[in-house]
Design a protein around this ligand. Structure first.
Ligand code: ADP
Length: 272
């Protein structure tokens, strides 16, 4: 149950004046159940990379294996891959359109041919997983807060029972409280279901404290890959590309885990 990228490259508009090498020789493996953060500046290739994970984009060169099978081979079941690897785009709430929350989350399972009862059961389970309050199930999705809309959109993907959940900047446009809530929820979701979660962000601070592994993208290349601790050992390299700020966050988190009280600005650290 893994996703393997072998020397994957992607070029937009090849052979034109707008040619852009968005991914350059990226190799990596994501084992089932891992919580992975993909981090990098805007334009570093994160969105392009994750759209390869469910076959939405096809590499210019290189291979992508899902559960050991080359997805570019003729006859490969792309439809099946897309249900197994659920992709939540940036600002997913723009894709909400049904009259109420429950119908919206039911949309995916309904398309998979499930009965109304089965759809609703899966939708309710998904909404619970993202911590969406039951009292709003019959409300229009458009009347919800930003954070709640995002929960509904994530539930819409979860209701299809994917094995891998890929989230592109799930906190974009939310205030700090909404951001923390969504990230906490995603972390809980990973813990409860054990599913593979790939979380894309341009903010190291957002993801570093949650994930098992960090993949740092820079100008289309995989720059660093390891546990947050391993990645932060390359502090100088991160600093050189303007991605260093998280060190403080990480140290703070580590201290809190060890039972210290750390003030928000990290100015004081006391034994709890
Ligand atoms: P990120 O998600 O890290 O912001 P992207 O994968 O969106 O990065 O973009 C990687 C590079 O590819 C950027 O230089 C971007 O301008 C370029 N790019 C993205 N989408 C297109 C497109 N549809 N056509 C041409 N270039 C694109």
């Amino acid at each position: 149950m893994s996703i393997t990228l072998e020397h994957l490259s992607y070029v937009y508009n090849p052979g034109t004046a707008y040619e852009k090498h968005a991914l350059k020789d990226v190799s990596l493996e994501i084992p089932q159940g891992q919580f992975v953060g993909i981090i990098g500046h805007t334009g570093s290739g994160k969105s392009t990379l994750i759209q390869h994970l469910n076959g939405l984009m096809k590499a210019t060169s290189g291979r992508l294996l899902y559960e050991g099978k080359n997805i570019y081979e003729e006859g490969y079941d792309m439809k099946q891959l897309r249900t197994q690897v659920g992709l939540v785009f940036q600002y997913p709430e723009y894709q909400l359109f049904e009259v109420d929350v429950l119908s919206d989350v039911c949309f995916g399972p309904k398309n998979q041919g499930l009965s109304k009862e089965e759809c609703e059961a899966q939708a309710k389970e998904a909404l619970q997983l993202v911590g969406f309050p039951e009292k709003y199930y019959h409300q229009s999705p458009f009347e919800l807060s930003g954070g709640q809309k995002r929960r509904v959109a994530i539930a819409g993907i979860l209701a299809m029972h994917p094995k891998v959940l890929v989230l592109d900047e799930p906190t974009a446009g939310l205030d700090p409280k909404g951001r923390d809530e969504i990230l906490d929820q995603v972390a809980q979701l990973h813990e409860k279901t054990g599913m593979t979660v790939v979380l894309v962000s341009h903010s190291m601070e957002d993801v570093a404290k949650y994930v098992d592994r960090l993949i740092v993208m820079n100008q289309g290349e995989k720059m660093l890959d390891g546990t947050p601790q391993e990645v932060f050992r390359h502090y100088k390299e991160l600093e050189a590309v303007g991605l260093a700020a998280p060190q403080v966050t990480y140290v703070m988190h580590d201290l809190k885990e060890k039972g210290f009280e750390v003030s928000a600005d990290a100015a004081t650290v006391e034994e709890a």
